[in-house]
Design a protein around this ligand. Structure first.
Ligand code: NDP
Length: 256
């Protein structure tokens, strides 16, 4: 069997893997053999997810560390703890994020700042902390989670769209500076995926009908749809893939 996509012995941190898309990506990486550092903010929810993963993959391959990705000191301390206590990170997935829907003219500065901090600045902070360890080792994979809103705007999503557009160019900026040290940095841009974040939209018959009509694949994505691309971008199978945004959206961004 090909070993191109085998992640045995690799250590991966997936931010926001206590639920949703991050959890599915973590499962995909663990199924491909990786050792996982699960992460979230809510320690109780993280502990539940950790227990489920331990039951499936064993204590040796599952770890969990909680920290707020918008708090610079907490990020630096969290990454230092992982490197000292668990091991050298081979893979970072910058996945944790939030949504906030409000018309632009009514949007408070505080909500704008919160969305930018959680969806864009966090990828800089966690990416920088991890790269400081990866660069001297001349090895690593970083996957930033973007969105169809990286390319397409939609009313009420201004801060989110701005942050996710920023993820595209942060991915390029990281590539410009770190690819020469054998670190591959790419982004996965999920389309509309059924998770806690989008449950209200799934439950809205009008929005749900629009999604099904607007998506060539004629369905919502599932978190599991993102596992394959994440395994690829974490593995030796993507060693010359640099700075790309891969849209996993059932074709939504290629049609009007
Ligand atoms: P969920 O709301 O289901 O999960 C979010 C995760 O991020 C949780 O684990 C949460 O932890 C964590 N998190 C949020 N804020 C912080 C913080 N400040 N510090 C640490 N952890 C935090 O989100 P999704 O799975 O839907 O989304 C995951 C990513 O995918 C996001 O970047 C999102 O923008 C992107 N995306 C989602 C799409 C979708 O359709 N769902 C489509 C395109 C992109 P806790 O529970 O502890 O708060």
């Amino acid at each position: 069997m090909s070993t191109l996509f085998d992640l045995t012995g690799r250590l991966a941190l997936v931010t926001g893997s206590s639920r949703g898309i991050g959890r599915s990506i973590a499962e995909g990486l663990a199924d491909a053999g990786a050792t996982l550092v699960l992460h979230g903010r809510d320690a109780a929810r993280l502990a539940e997810t950790e227990a489920e993963f331990v039951a499936r993959y064993g204590t040796d391959r599952i770890h969990a560390v909680a920290f707020d990705i918008t708090d610079e000191d907490a990020v630096d301390a969290g990454i230092a703890e992982i490197e000292a206590r668990i091991g050298a990170l081979d893979v970072l997935v910058n996945n944790a994020g939030i949504q906030h829907r409000e018309p632009l003219v009514e949007l408070d500065r505080a909500d704008w700042d919160r969305v930018i901090a959680t969806n864009l600045t966090s990828a800089f902070l966690v990416g920088r902390a991890v790269a400081r360890h990866m660069l001297p080792r001349r090895s690593g994979k970083i996957i930033n989670i973007a969105s169809v809103q990286t390319d397409l705007a939609r009313p009420t999503l201004s801060a989110y769209t701005s942050a996710k557009g920023g993820i595209r160019n942060l991915t390029r900026a990281m590539t410009a500076e770190w690819a020469g040290s054998n670190i591959q940095i790419n982004a996965i841009a999920p389309g509309y995926i059924h998770t806690d974040m989008t449950q209200k939209l799934v439950d809205d018959p009008q929005f749900n009908g629009w999604i099904l009509g607007r998506t060539p694949a004629a369905r919502w994505g599932t978190p599991a749809d993102l596992a394959g691309p994440a395994v690829w971008l974490s593995s030796a199978g993507s060693d010359f893939v640099n700075g790309q945004v891969i849209f996993i959206d059932g074709g939504m961004t290629v049609v009007v």
